[in-house]
Design a protein around this ligand. Structure first.
Ligand code: ZN
Length: 232
């Protein structure tokens, strides 16, 4: 599932070209097999104004996301909630990262931003792996085509929340663990539905409509948060 706005440019037949504008303002074009380079160019040119508008808008929004400094008082997102980062100086070898009330407490011997960043990133991965596995277990029981939770792994991707391999493995963006729970569920159901339908056919959306609740609201929410969620 792509991070942000995508459109499908329908050509005469069932063949399609889809244009995606990534949160950092870069863009990608997906075309069905058999599409010639010139017809892809033509399809993009037809939507030139849309592309330019979205690229400018994405770059503008991305520029306003301040890079983190990894110091106490900054905000950290986890499952859609904001926590206050508290860096706790310690002088022992084994250091701890933990949620305590509304704070994310990160112990560190050096207080070095790179060290703090690395510890938070590792914490997100451990939490993410655990939460996403549990969620897919639960969702499997409500999705009739899913007999058992699919294998998955985490991979940082600049343009996708998730994707599925033909072998049935799901790849998820670890930044997802910062998003609200309903948004995470939508991404998981979306990718699990792709194990049944590999495209975005009407049959695919029928599954989503039937099993992903108020997914439009979740997608809207996720799109609105994307720059904040993928910024470090
Ligand atoms: Zn998809």
């Amino acid at each position: 599932m792509h991070l942000l706005k995508d459109i499908a440019v329908d050509d005469h037949s069932r063949a399609r070209v889809a244009i995606h504008v990534n949160p950092d303002g870069s863009m990608a074009v997906d075309a069905a097999i058999g599409f010639s380079e010139s017809s892809i160019k033509l399809a993009v040119q037809k939507r030139a104004r849309w592309v330019v508008n979205h690229v400018v808008e994405a770059r503008d929004r991305y520029a306003h996301v301040r890079p983190k400094e990894y110091v106490s008082g900054e905000q950290v997102l986890y499952l859609g909630r904001r926590y206050v980062l508290k860096v706790v100086p310690v002088d022992k070898a084994v250091v701890v990262v933990r949620l305590k009330g509304n704070r994310l407490e990160v112990q560190s011997t050096s207080g070095n931003p790179d060290d703090i960043k690395g510890r938070i990133r590792a914490w997100y991965r451990v939490k993410g792996r655990d939460y996403l596995a549990r969620r897919m277990n639960t969702l499997t029981q409500t999705l009739p085509w899913s007999k058992s939770p699919p294998p998955f792994r985490l991979l940082e991707m600049s343009s996708r929340w998730g994707s599925g391999s033909p072998a049935g493995e799901i790849i998820l963006n670890p930044h997802l663990i910062k998003a609200p729970r309903n948004c995470i569920d939508y991404v998981l159901i979306h990718e699990m539905a792709h194990l049944r339908h590999h495209d975005h056919s009407p049959e695919f959306w029928k599954l989503i409509d039937a099993h992903a609740g108020d997914w439009r609201k979740a997608k809207y929410h996720l799109d609105a948060l994307v720059e904040v969620l993928i910024s470090e």
